[in-house]
Design a protein around this ligand. Structure first.
Ligand SMILES: [Zn+2]
Length: 151
């Protein structure tokens, strides 16, 4: 039997699951405990989406890379960032789209070599989730850096 892989992040897909099934599992954890593990929800979404860049428009992808660098290097910046950018990112005032469309999709010139995938974080379980998301987001940033996708 052929091994099925995610076309975007290259994850081996077994049990008939797709990457987004793992994302949904994590988002469920986030919202069941929004003031606990949910505090890292923004990192979960960024790490996942950056590994699936076609979810973004080209400009949305650039913006996500900047946000990830900011949050990984200065974790306390999130609240500040959130306040600062809430208005500028409101969809009615934004003059560009975050979400990828058929005409405008994010992609990497060189495919990064991801070391941690969404499925790995889910398999680590809820107890290790916060730590694993931190490691995951750091690994995404370094994979982008190593592959020259942060320039
Ligand atoms: Zn994937």
């Amino acid at each position: 039997m052929d091994i099925v892989q995610c076309v975007e992040c290259g994850a081996p897909l077994d049990d008939g699951k797709e990457c987004r099934d793992y994302l949904h599992e994590m988002i469920t954890w986030d919202f069941e405990d929004f003031n606990g593990v949910g505090k890292i929800h923004h990192l979960t979404v960024l790490a996942y989406n950056l590994q699936h860049p076609s979810l973004y428009s080209r400009k949305g992808l650039e913006n996500a890379k900047v946000s990830l660098q900011e949050f990984v290097r200065n974790p306390s910046s999130f609240r500040e960032h959130d306040e600062l950018h809430k208005e500028s990112l409101a969809s009615d005032v934004r003059d560009w789209k975050i979400t990828g469309t058929a005409e405008d999709r994010g992609a990497y010139p060189v495919k990064p070599d991801w070391t941690i995938l969404a499925s790995d974080v889910v398999r680590g379980g809820l107890g290790a989730y916060v730590d694993n998301v931190k490691k995951w987001s750091e690994s995404v940033l370094s994979a982008l850096e190593v592959s020259g996708n942060l320039d």
